[in-house]
Design a protein around this ligand. Structure first.
Ligand SMILES: [Zn+2]
Length: 332
């Protein structure tokens, strides 16, 4: 597979010297869906966090519906057809219905009611494992109770810049009869193209992070968002098909990646695990994980007219540098 990239040159007159100055922009095309992305010279667009998250946690805690004492009282329960207890728990994680539904079946799952303050670097494998396990159980329960709802995804908005309306860290599940745009685009990709993409990245090595067992991790060639990583697991197509071992493996990979994000100074991220209907032949369950701008007053959003309205990534965090920063953790 040829990975498509084109170099563009912008010329301008330097206001200081009056001389012509040139900048190079690389346009890359995602090999799976064809989305394009502009890799910009490093401009410091994604500055490290200097925000006092702990102080903000203390301020936001008294009114938090996900904290102990509140979560059992004020969050909506699942319909009895989905789960007789109304909530699904694994370890400290608690899953309940999303008050602001996005689909026929929308869930929210907190890592723990106790963890109102949970910096990215402290999201451990165990916390991820238990939280993911509630979401897998939710997807399985919905599909058993409502068979047309075959499209499941497990997602995260972590911290306000990522779209999270509540400070308390959580994941979100969607199980629906209707795929999202990206689920549909990915499900339309021929199986051979997934194989070719992974073969190519394995061979080139410069964005390949490693294999945790069934999941292979790479830095995105044409990222939609900064420091974007992708992971692929062949042989399963839906989060509902993740068994306990695979949940553990996925939690391990995510913990490695999030640890690296924290080290790089990022405290906000999005994650999407894109399910296709269970047993979709040739579709590998896959995910995107990406950083978002850090929380601070008058912050610059990383999502501009390019990402929102052109569906075009524009990042000054170079994928190959991301791979070098993160790859060692997967190879250790
Ligand atoms: Zn809370």
């Amino acid at each position: 597979m040829e990975l498509s990239r084109e170099l563009l040159t912008a010329e301008m007159i330097d206001p200081g010297t009056g001389e012509p100055a040139r900048t190079t922009i690389e346009v890359r095309r995602d090999p799976l869906t064809g989305h394009s992305s502009r890799i910009l010279p490093e401009r410091g667009l994604m500055s490290a966090s200097d925000f006092d998250l702990e102080a903000f946690a203390r301020k936001s805690q008294p009114s938090c519906p996900f904290c102990p004492g509140q979560v059992d009282q004020v969050t909506p329960k699942l319909a009895a057809t989905i789960h007789p207890d109304g909530r699904i728990t694994r370890g400290e994680a608690v899953l309940f219905a999303n008050l602001h539904a996005y689909s026929s079946h929308s869930s929210v799952s907190v890592y723990s009611p106790r963890l109102h303050y949970l910096p990215v670097g402290e999201i451990t494998r165990r916390l991820l494992n238990d939280n993911l396990a509630t979401q897998v159980a939710f997807a399985q329960a919905v599909m058993a109770a409502d068979p047309p709802s075959r499209w499941a995804s497990i997602n995260a908005n972590h911290m306000l810049p990522s779209g999270s309306s509540l400070f308390h860290p959580h994941m979100q599940g969607i199980v629906d009869s209707q795929p999202t745009t990206m689920q549909r685009l990915l499900a339309d990709v021929p199986a051979q193209r997934f194989d070719d993409y992974l073969d190519t990245e394995r061979r080139l090595g410069e964005r390949y992070l490693g294999n945790t067992g069934r999941f292979e991790w790479i830095a995105s060639f044409a990222p939609i968002a900064p420091a974007e990583l992708r992971a692929f697991a062949t042989g399963i197509s839906s989060p509902a098909e993740l068994d306990g071992e695979l949940v553990g493996e996925l939690a391990h990979g995510l913990a490695l990646a999030l640890g690296a994000y924290a080290e790089m100074g990022f405290q906000s991220f999005n994650c999407a695990i894109y399910g296709a209907p269970p047993a979709t032949e040739g579709y590998p369950l896959n995910l995107r994980l990406a950083c978002r701008s850090n929380l601070k007053a008058f912050y610059r959003s990383d999502s501009t007219f390019l990402e929102r309205l052109h569906w075009e990534g524009a990042v000054d965090v170079v994928p190959e540098i991301v791979a070098r920063r993160i790859g060692d953790r997967f190879r250790r």
